[in-house]
Design a protein around this ligand. Structure first.
Ligand SMILES: C[S@@+](CC[C@H](N)C(=O)[O-])C[C@H]1O[C@@H](n2cnc3c(N)ncnc32)[C@H](O)[C@@H]1O
Length: 417
């Protein structure tokens, strides 16, 4: 597929020095987050106040938060229950008086045990496999206490707000390395000297998030926003469905299957297990491209690249094909929910496998093109801040690395029928 001059590099989309953590965007980190500036600019270009936006892979809800600030109703879906909780929380207004009163109570409870006024009560430790591989005994006791305090909070919105700060704390006080999103234990020498301040870390996050919420509450418009557990790959449709359909889609799908690209499940696992969320160990298998059917892809913009990969490694080719088959299925579902005059914006990366470049941007144009969407443009931007594996070893040979992803493509297609 020749996309000619519809594909252009534009550094004004890099936002090298922009604050990407304004409003509730500061709540919780996550792999391969979209930066709010991209969603904001796309909303300004293609959004209409009072209409509906969809994000079928919403993650922590970046485009949905921006839709609320812009004045569009929004729906997001994701298969990962931890991010559904984060996104819901980022979108939920809470009267600051209510929040502050609960935060004060919580602070008092922490203070009592921190300064030895009360003993941490003997609460049973949840049965989580390998807990002592990831946390010291001291940290486990503090986490159990925090969780106990959180579970006593009756107001659901406040409880969620505090749970989100808890979730980010759990990862930071664990023995997992912070240099990677995957679960890898710290080296022994680092682990010995690692004495995290659990309550201090938690408090800092609560304060930061409270500021973010206050700023969000001032600017957000009175619109609807909801998050649902719909897997568009399996044909499940996002709910609610607005009467005329969604007018705008702004989304960033995974770059490839979670096992070999970005491990969303591994990143979420520790807090998901503490919180008792479903599928805590299965997310990367349920995610796009996670199961490998024996179907093949012919006559698509990625087919010849997959053939080249197959000539080197049959299994890898199957894994890559599985991802694009899922992406196409998901697009088929999305198309059923959008309005006859809709704009879809997909932020995708053209990754390399076995040193073969996969033109995912062209695949998106092709998949929407089958339903009468016209390719408007593809903007290529540099990724200055995204914590992504910039280098990998495509051939799995130690020392042999190649640049995989330091730019991404914003593919914009429109339906005009
Ligand atoms: C690149 S991330 C989205 C990040 C998001 N834009 C943000 O700013 O946080 C891709 C998301 O797709 C989700 N995902 C993977 N397979 C999915 C599927 N079949 N249906 C819905 N979501 C899926 C992952 O759980 C992940 O949260």
């Amino acid at each position: 597929m020749y996309m000619g001059n519809l594909r252009r590099k534009d550094e004004s989309w890099d936002y090298r020095t922009a604050d990407t953590k304004e409003y509730t965007h500061c709540f919780h980190t996550y792999p391969a987050m979209m930066i709010p500036q991209i969603a904001r600019r796309l909303l300004n270009q293609y959004g209409v106040e009072g209409e509906w936006l969809l994000d079928p892979y919403c993650g922590t809800g970046t485009s949905l938060v921006e839709a609320s600030l812009f004045g569009m109703h929004s729906v997001g879906c994701d298969i990962n229950p931890l991010v559904r909780l984060i996104a819901t929380t980022k979108l939920t207004p809470i009267p600051l008086k209510t929040l502050d009163s609960e935060l004060n109570k919580l602070n008092d409870a922490l203070f009592q045990v921190e300064f030895g006024v009360d003993k941490i009560p003997d609460t049973p430790i949840p049965k989580i496999p390998n807990l002592d591989y990831w946390f010291s005994e001291e940290v486990i006791i503090s986490i159990v206490y925090l969780l106990d305090c959180i579970n006593k909070i009756e107001d659901e919105a406040v409880r969620n707000f505090i749970t989100v700060a808890f979730s980010e704390t759990v990862r930071e006080v664990s023995w997992t390395r912070t240099s990677t999103f995957k679960l890898h234990r710290m080296p022994a020498e680092k682990l010995e000297n690692f004495n995290p301040d659990v309550f201090g870390t938690f408090r800092k996050k609560l304060n930061r998030n409270r500021e973010g919420l206050a700023a969000y509450m001032e600017k957000r418009k009175s619109v609807e926003a909801s998050i649902c557990d719909a897997n568009t790959v399996d044909g499940e449709l996002p709910m609610p469905r607005p009467l005329g359909g969604y007018n705008l889609v702004i989304t960033s799908p995974p770059y490839g299957d979670s096992q070999t690209t970005v491990a969303y499940g591994q990143f979420s696992r520790l807090s998901a297990e503490w919180l008792g969320l479903p599928n805590a160990r299965k997310i990367d298998r349920i995610a796009m491209g996670g199961s490998h059917a024996s179907e093949t892809l012919t006559d698509t913009p990625v087919s010849s690249a997959i053939d080249r990969i197959r000539s080197i490694d049959e299994k890898r080719a199957r894994e890559v094909a599985a991802f694009y088959i899922d992406l196409e299925r998901s697009i088929n579902s999305v198309v059923q929910t959008v309005s006859p005059r809709s704009t879809v914006c997909y932020v995708v990366g053209n990754r390399r496998v076995k040193d073969v470049m996969l033109p995912t941007d062209e695949f998106v144009v092709y998949a929407f093109g089958k339903y009468g969407f016209t390719h408007k443009e593809t903007i290529i931007r540099n990724i200055p801040n995204k914590r992504m594996p910039i280098k990998n070893s495509p051939s799995n040979v130690a020392g042999q690395t190649s640049i995989t992803m330091n730019e991404e493509n914003i593919v914009i297609c429109q339906r005009t029928d």
